[in-house]
Design a protein around this ligand. Structure first.
Ligand SMILES: N[C@@H](CCC(=O)N[C@@H](CS)C(=O)NCC(=O)O)C(=O)O
Length: 235
């Protein structure tokens, strides 16, 4: 049985991490039998990040590489008859969400003063107060350093959010006219889009991103559609 190591549900989301949720959704999409193991320490993984899987005595990290492994092992047809152009736009959108938008989401959850107490108390759950407080401060510092290295952390908050809202509008444009990103049926790329949009729409993290996502009903409707299909049980 494949074991998927991920953070787990919280704050009304089936999974706190968009990368972990992407893999969980992909496995549900393609009916891949697996067991989810909830862990809070990314350092337990081979790359110090979640998600990772254990399969056939292999440890595989990185959501893209995990999906590549699953596609190969179970001979999955993830192209689903879609054109190379459609698949390319799906791929580019995922990379925008994962390599750009993700950092803005991290800023809004970890750095923005409105949301920092929420994420802090979540992290401190089930930990002795002193330890929890120390770990959450360390993690916040780690996120701030990552944001500086990536570059987005060097901008003023209003610019960071402006850039994130542009990403959200781009996803809304790509969704217009069809129920899923690349047409009438979900594709592998919907696993990514859904994970990032659900995390952004989560009302526990109010921010200009969340407000902008809410102002585009197509995004909420899309998330509801994906939730009904892949998470009918709720959180
Ligand atoms: N490219 C990786 C990114 C995974 C990732 O950034 N995971 C975050 C959680 S959402 C993490 O574990 N961060 C810990 C850290 O950066 O120290 C993937 O696609 O799986």
């Amino acid at each position: 049985m494949i074991k998927l190591y991920r953070f787990g549900p919280g704050l009304g989301l089936p999974e706190l991490s968009p990368f972990c949720m992407k893999v969980e959704t992909f496995m549900r999409m393609f009916d891949i039998q697996h067991k989810s193991q909830f862990i809070r320490n990314p350092q337990a993984g081979p790359n110090g990040k979640l998600p990772f899987i254990k399969a056939e005595d292999l440890l595989i990290a990185d959501s893209f590489l995990i999906i590549d492994y699953l596609v190969e092992r179970f001979s999955l047809d993830i192209k689903q008859g879609l054109s190379a152009k459609a698949l390319a736009s799906g791929y580019m959108m995922c990379r925008m969400l994962e390599e750009h938008f993700y950092w803005i989401m991290m800023y809004s959850r970890w750095v923005d003063k409105t949301n920092w107490p929420v994420i802090k108390s979540l992290l401190m759950e089930n930990m002795p107060p002193g330890v929890g407080s120390f770990i959450s401060l360390m993690t916040r510092g780690h996120v701030k350093r990552q944001l500086l290295a990536q570059g987005l952390g060097r901008h003023k908050p209003e610019i960071i959010y402006q850039l994130g809202c542009r990403d959200l509008s781009t996803v809304a444009d790509l969704l217009s006219g069809s129920p899923f990103l690349l047409g009438e049926e979900p594709s592998v790329y919907d696993a990514t889009a859904h994970a990032f949009l659900a995390g952004t729409l989560c009302t526990t993290f109010p921010s200009p991103l969340q407000q902008h996502a809410q102002s585009l009903p197509i995004l909420t409707e899309y998330c509801e559609r994906m939730n009904q299909r892949y998470y009918p049980e709720g959180e």
